[in-house]
Write a protein that binds this ligand. Structure first.
Ligand code: GLU
Length: 309
């Protein structure tokens, strides 16, 4: 057993008694059915070692973590022109807030809040039917994780479609400002499916590995993005990856990371490893409560931080 495996198991064991803490997201009805006591950790190092603990092999709804993958895909298609559609500043507001959007004329603050992700999905949809765009996103995530069995949880996608009134409001609002090229229903059809991707911690950590390795997947040898682009995506994850809790997360953990309301967090330790944690109970900012604690403990035990050793 390597030290890292022991650390991962220690953290899992230390937090196990706290399983079930936090509040499971229930505004998407299908997510409310998830067992709040699930808890998994996966660490995949840049040299390919895999360290798992708990429910690390169980697929869960990755939700907003998908925004990292669609941003990567859209940057590949549109390059820096993407930044005409979405900003690069933390929002300081809830993930689904509409307030700022009105003041800032429909230009979302960053690609990781809902409005920004919807603008990015609009770009992924360019030249495609929604079905093709969903297919492209799924194929891209499978390619990143090097796993063919990653699928969209259709029940979650339907559940979001049926209840995503705020997202419809955000999308229609942006469309009213001329910020979306496609009708809200089409963009959201794709957006809900990307959010409903089901992945395990292990698959997620593998899919994020290119961000820990200068843009190249060290396991497949594929260059996914340039070194510079990987660095920039990491910068956005650090500053904007945890909604209104991004500053606190950077302070406590010190690693670029993206959370989702399904209770997952994907974190990147550049040059070292990609880490995924999952525990459905959320804290007051909508980020996994136990997941954030697990990453805080992991960063403390390993010394991993982008702010110095
Ligand atoms: N599909 C979710 C929504 O749009 C994603 C939210 C999240 O994970 O932050 O409401």
């Amino acid at each position: 057993m390597t030290d890292l495996q022991a650390i991962v198991e220690d953290i899992h064991a230390a937090l196990l008694p706290r399983r079930g803490e936090g509040r499971v997201a229930d505004y998407i009805p299908q997510l409310a059915h998830v067992d709040a006591r699930r808890f998994g950790i996966a660490v995949v190092t840049v040299d390919g070692a895999v360290h798992l603990a708990g429910d690390a092999e169980e697929p869960f709804s990755i939700q907003s973590i998908s925004k990292v993958f669609t941003l990567t895909l859209a940057l590949g298609k549109h390059g820096e022109a993407l930044w005409k559609r979405v900003g690069r500043e933390p929002s300081g507001l809830a993930f689904d807030s509409i307030v700022q959007l009105e003041r800032e004329e429909g230009l979302p603050r960053n690609p990781f809040i809902n409005a920004g992700a919807i603008a990015v999905t609009d770009l992924v949809l360019a030249g495609h039917t929604p079905k093709e765009a969903i297919g492209e996103i799924v194929r891209f995530v499978r390619y990143l994780a090097d796993e063919d069995d990653i699928i969209v949880d259709q029940a979650v996608a339907r559940s979001e479609q049926a209840t995503g009134f705020r997202n419809f409001a955000l999308a229609n609002f942006m469309r009213a400002f001329g910020r979306l090229d496609h009708p809200a229903e089409l963009v959201l059809g794709v957006y809900f499916h990307q959010c409903a991707l089901a992945m395990s911690c292990r698959q997620l950590a593998r899919a994020g590995l290119f961000l820990a390795a200068n843009g190249r997947n060290p396991l497949t040898g594929h260059r996914v993005v340039s070194h510079l682009r990987a660095r920039r995506i990491n910068a956005l994850m650090l500053t904007c990856g945890h909604y209104d809790g991004s500053g606190d997360f950077a302070y406590r953990v010190g690693l670029p990371a993206k959370s989702g309301v399904g209770g997952g967090i994907l974190a990147v330790a550049p040059g070292k490893a990609s880490i995924a944690v999952w525990s459905p109970g959320l804290n007051e900012n909508g980020n996994s409560l136990l997941g954030s604690l697990a990453l805080e403990m992991l960063a403390a035990r390993t010394g991993w931080s982008v702010f110095g050793a």
